[in-house]
Design a protein around this ligand. Structure first.
Ligand code: ADP
Ligand code: MG
Ligand code: ZN
Length: 658
């Protein structure tokens, strides 16, 4: 059928082409080659002189015979004038009948445009579907159906989100033996919503569910429902559930559901749009599940805040499973999962690596292992060592090392001092997060150097003191430039931006200034665009002025403090900077040795592992996220890159079942 339709399109176009070509050739051709063409002027004079015997007017041509028997043809202007003049002179003149077009030609020329349109339309329809579906299969759902070839992923491949796993295991249990639950009258969730930041393993979890449960699995994504034709999304939803009903019990997975599930009535173009119809259809379908329906819907999103409340209410996605950013133990487990089929050197300690990677999600960790494996392979090694893994982590934070970037000796010196400034402030102010690494090897597209501080343990709260310390550390780079070179560079722009941001948050969000414990301003966001648009100012101009003054005061006080601190310790700054210039990279231990705080140890990795496990006890509670303090020394234009995560946490980890 579909083949036929496709061919029909081609045939139609062909027929139309042939007809038009034939049409061209069939246009009546009058004068034969032996007939002499005479100019009109000649024709007129000949006619007036009576030299013409007879002729026939065929449209705008006169063809005939001279009295001497020769034939002629001439183009003429007015048929009537010529005919009347000839008749008046007694010349025999005939008017030819207008040429008759064959009936089929007339028909063809009137049907021609229509046929062409239909042909093109069929062709177009066909190509749009990539030759796959039927001609009218727009309305069919694009969900991939796995009946026997279900994903091979199991729950063992997912680590670091044990609570989420437990909840989903229950779902799987239900799918395996629904009777056990229904006999007891237990209501089984209709919809499970997986919430979590990108890369935490939501998609992976859903696939694991399908792999574990012995049922058909439909996998689709929110964006599959979005098409340029109105109504298509809704009918795709209908089709998806029609199919699912045929195969129940089964699992339906909708990834990135926010593409269709956004709050209704917030479209920029006004109310009733395509997305709304799709969402409505989804709601209707979910209401259609009764207690006995064996369809379980799993959806994933990282933007639960933009979802329509109707989707979240009981009876729809009533079970919310938060897939957290993994904590230290979780990270270790994830690293081990990804390390399963790779060879590692005996000194590789995943516990240490987990401590080095606060804030990393599953996808980042998978990437770290992969980068390390690539590096080891490139280096011709047979196993992955600690050095490659460390480099993998650095790459994840700040992009690959760019040794080729040419930096002049003077700039390099400035960068070394700048980074030393950050590190020394962190060293000299008690209570700052310990310095883990300083580097002046340029990385990624933006950072020329960086100082990495890692908190000794996962943390949720920041005290006023810690925030001020953060500002001081951020200012350290700029202050050192000023102290040492008597001039300042653009390299500190990102530091300053972040310092100001921390100070502003202290004043407006955390109530940590003389303006008192109040929150000033409100974050405003546009749900349809899905991003924050800025701040609603709910305070007066005077307060705005006072805020600016407070922010300035906080930053300036820190500046003065840092300046005094660094000038008092100028000798240490010089020592560290010179050493950094030489070695390019120093870790926390190197720095401590240099400053005479620690004994140098020859077996570096052993010492590191020992100090790490002794110094920082792993927290009992699983903690979702940590601060990641990577400092970037930015060339000329200020670029905000991802590595520079803000120091403050804006919102508490979302509780489940909110
Ligand atoms: P999300 O859907 O939450 O954005 P994905 O499930 O697509 O994240 O994760 C991407 C990849 O990261 C996975 O294929 C897997 O290799 C890795 N990954 C993420 N989270 C985990 C985890 N908890 N355990 C193991 N691997 C993970
Ligand atoms: Mg995903
Ligand atoms: Zn800096």
């Amino acid at each position: 059928m579909q083949r036929l339709m496709k061919n029909l399109g081609v045939y139609l176009i062909l027929v139309v082409l042939v007809v038009s070509v034939v049409n061209m050739f069939l246009t009546p051709q009058t004068a034969g080659p032996e007939v002499a063409e005479v100019p009109y002027s000649q024709f007129k004079t000949d006619l007036a002189a009576g030299r013409i015997k007879n002729f026939t007017i065929n449209e705008m041509k006169a063809q005939g015979r001279y009295a001497d028997g020769k034939t002629f043809v001439s183009n003429i202007v007015g048929v009537k004038d010529v005919a009347e003049e000839a008749a008046a002179r007694g010349v025999e003149v005939r008017i030819a009948e207008p040429p008759e077009t064959p009936w089929w030609m007339t028909l063809a020329s009137s049907v021609f445009p229509t046929l062409l349109l239909i042909g093109v339309w069929i062709f177009f329809l066909h190509n749009m579907q990539g030759g796959g579906g039927k001609v009218m299969s727009f309305a069919k759902s694009k969900a991939k159906m796995f009946l026997d070839n279900r994903p091979k992923v199991t729950f063992n491949d997912v680590a670091g989100c044990d609570e989420a796993k437990e909840e989903l295991k229950e779902v799987v249990e239900f799918l395996k033996s629904p009777d056990r639950f229904t006999k007891l009258g237990a209501k089984v969730p209709k919809g499970v919503l997986l919430l979590g930041s990108p890369g935490t393993g939501k998609t992976l979890l859903a696939r694991a569910c399908a792999g574990e449960a012995d049922v058909p699995f439909f996998s689709t994504s929110g964006s599959d429902f979005v098409e340029m034709f109105v109504g298509v999304g809704a009918s795709r939803v209908r089709d998806l559930f029609d199919q699912a009903r045929k195969y129940q019990p089964c699992l339906v997975f909708i990834d990135e559901i926010d593409a269709v599930g956004r709050q209704r009535g917030t479209g920029l173009g006004g109310g009733h749009d395509e997305r709304e119809q799709t969402l409505n259809q989804l709601l209707v379908e979910m209401d259609g599940f009764d207690e006995k329906t064996g369809i379980i819907l799993i959806a994933a999103t990282n933007r639960a805040d933009v979802l329509d409340p109707a989707l979240l209410r009981p009876g729809r996605f009533d079970r919310h499973v938060v897939v957290d950013t993994p904590d230290v133990k979780g990270r270790e487990a994830i690293l081990k999962v990804h390390a399963k089929d790779k060879k590692f050197a005996p000194d590789v300690d995943f516990e240490v690596l987990a401590k080095r990677t606060p804030g990393f999600v599953g996808a980042d960790l998978a990437n770290v292992i992969n980068e390390a494996a690539l590096l080891a392979a490139r280096g011709g090694k047979t196993e992955i060592g600690m050095a490659e893994l460390e480099e993998g982590i650095d790459r994840s934070i700040a992009g690959p090392e760019r040794k080729s970037r040419l930096i002049g000796p003077r700039e390099k010196k400035i960068i070394a001092y700048h980074e030393t400034g950050h590190a020394m402030v962190a060293k000299l102010i008690p209570g700052c997060d310990p310095v883990h690494k300083i580097s002046i090897i340029p990385r990624g597209s933006a950072a020329l150097g960086y100082t990495l501080q890692l908190p000794a343990e996962d943390r949720f709260l920041a005290s006023k003191n810690e925030l001020t310390n953060n500002i001081c550390v951020l200012l350290g780079g700029r202050v050192t430039e000023e102290l040492v070179f008597g001039d300042i560079t653009t390299g500190a722009s990102n530091d300053l931006e972040r310092a100001t941001q921390v100070a502003r948050s202290m004043v407006t969000q955390y109530g940590m200034s003389s303006l008192g414990p109040v929150v000033l301003g409100r974050q405003r966001h546009e749900v349809f665009l899905g991003r924050d648009l800025g701040e609603d100012r709910n305070y007066s101009d005077q307060i705005a002025f006072a805020i600016d003054e407070e922010v300035r005061k906080i930053v300036e006080e820190c500046y003065v403090r840092v300046k005094k601190l660094l000038s008092d310790n100028r000798d240490k700054v010089d020592l560290v900077a010179e050493t950094l210039l030489e070695r390019e990279v120093m870790d926390g231990h190197d720095l401590a040795v240099l400053l005479g705080e620690e004994e140098p140890v020859s077996e570096k990795s052993e010492e590191k592992a020992a100090s790490e496990s002794a110094g920082a006890p792993a927290p009992e509670e699983p903690a979702p996220a940590e601060e990641k303090a990577a400092d970037g020394f930015i060339p000329r234009a200020p670029v905000v890159s991802n590595e520079m995560a803000p120091m403050e946490r804006k919102e508490p980890p979302s509780a489940k079942g909110e």
